[in-house]
Design a protein around this ligand. Structure first.
Ligand code: ATP
Ligand code: MG
Ligand code: MG
Length: 341
């Protein structure tokens, strides 16, 4: 096939479109809102996920459907899938759309997560807090990103509520956060990029650094865990696996069934970056060379960081990526830089 359909037109969809174009594919982006991908994809459908005619026309115009956004409504996915294959598959989406099913899945394949309790309604909260103790974090089961929809509990008497079904997580006393960007091809081949060290500020990823400076045996464990996840899901595409490093070993924080912000360094560190790798996988091509050839620090440009742009553009060994978004609102990811170390 020669046209790739992408659900979601944010910066990830935009960078996927660029990678697909470079491999000679056409891209058709489906995005309900105004989208940064709009100016690079070959075709864009701006319609809600409830618009069945638009969904049908989109699916019929492409050969395979992938996504940069995992919260596409189930009914839309059902319709799309009746027309064209969706990669990564529906199970990967179902598992990762809901933090509870995600944690149940991870625990079910023998991986460690933070201790957790389903908090379906506000009435379940006191027992969950009593069970797990404080500190703890309440997270909405669906739709959260960049730390949105999370409430931190400093003591077990605190009563705050997200308003929607949530999970309570025991606080993991981690020494570091790392992530594995793993890819699985249509033929079952698995490849992982070097794990990166992630630093967050106010719940938002600030920097990812490779190499991450942790022992090789620990990184091997991390890669094997990521491989186990993609195998168990019969996954095709790139996945981001976020992990906590603790003195007792690795704990899986969450998985993202798509290219991931902590994999942006691959644009400067590898012959084949995560975006091309994902396109290769969903298009049924062999996976590319994801070996790391450079030490890199990726830094997100968030809100006011854009004031530093003139200076960053003058720096040697710095690759600047901008997403073509309008206003630099606080907390909004406007771009990123990859610094060759
Ligand atoms: P993302 O943008 O990565 O999807 P998110 O909104 O899904 O973010 P999480 O990854 O669940 O949020 O949490 C954001 C950050 O909060 C984590 O990277 C970590 O720093 C901290 N955090 C989350 N859960 C825990 C926990 N159980 N114990 C300790 N810290 C945590
Ligand atoms: Mg998340
Ligand atoms: Mg996260």
């Amino acid at each position: 096939g020669s046209t790739i359909g992408i659900l979601g037109g944010g910066q990830l969809g935009r960078m996927l479109s660029v990678a697909a174009s470079r491999l000679g594919y056409r891209c058709h982006v489906y995005e309900p809102a105004a989208a940064p991908a709009g100016d690079v994809a070959h075709a864009v459908t701006n319609a809600p996920y409830e618009d069945q005619a638009a969904l049908r026309a989109f699916a019929e115009s492409v050969d395979v459907i992938t996504y940069e956004f995992e919260n596409v409504p189930t009914a839309a996915l059902d319709l799309l899938e009746s027309i064209r294959p969706i990669r990564p598959n529906r199970r990967a989406l179902a598992v990762s759309q809901d933090r509870l099913t995600e944690k149940d899945f991870l625990a079910g394949i023998g991986l460690r997560t933070a201790p957790y309790r389903n908090v379906e309604t506000e009435a379940d909260l006191p027992a969950a807090l009593a069970d797990l103790g404080a500190p703890a974090i309440l997270k909405t089961r669906r739709m959260g990103y960049d730390g949105k929809g999370q409430i931190r509990f400093r003591d077990t008497d605190q009563r705050d509520w997200t308003g929607v079904p949530s999970v309570l997580e025991g606080f993991v006393d981690f020494t570091a956060e790392i992530s594995v960007i793993v890819a699985r091809g249509a033929d079952g081949q698995v490849a992982a990029y070097d794990p990166g060290l992630n630093v967050h500020r106010e719940g938002i990823l600030r920097t990812t650094t490779v190499p991450c400076g942790l022992p090789a045996s620990l990184l091997t464990d991390a890669v094997l865990m990521a491989a186990r996840i993609v195998n168990a899901l019969d996954y095709v595409g790139v996945m981001g696996v976020e992990l906590f490093v603790t003195p007792q070993g690795l704990v899986v924080n969450e998985i993202a069934p798509r290219v991931h912000n902590s994999g942006h360094w691959t644009q400067a560190g590898c012959a084949v970056d995560q975006f091309e790798q994902h396109i290769r996988a969903v298009a049924g091509l062999p996976l590319g060379d994801g070996q790391r050839y450079a030490d890199v620090e990726m830094e997100n440009l968030i809100g006011d960081d854009m004031a530093r742009l003139p200076e960053l553009l003058r720096k040697p060994r710095v690759q600047v990526h901008l997403y073509g978004k309008g206003e630099a609102r606080p907390g909004r990811k406007m771009g990123h830089v990859n610094r060759l170390l």
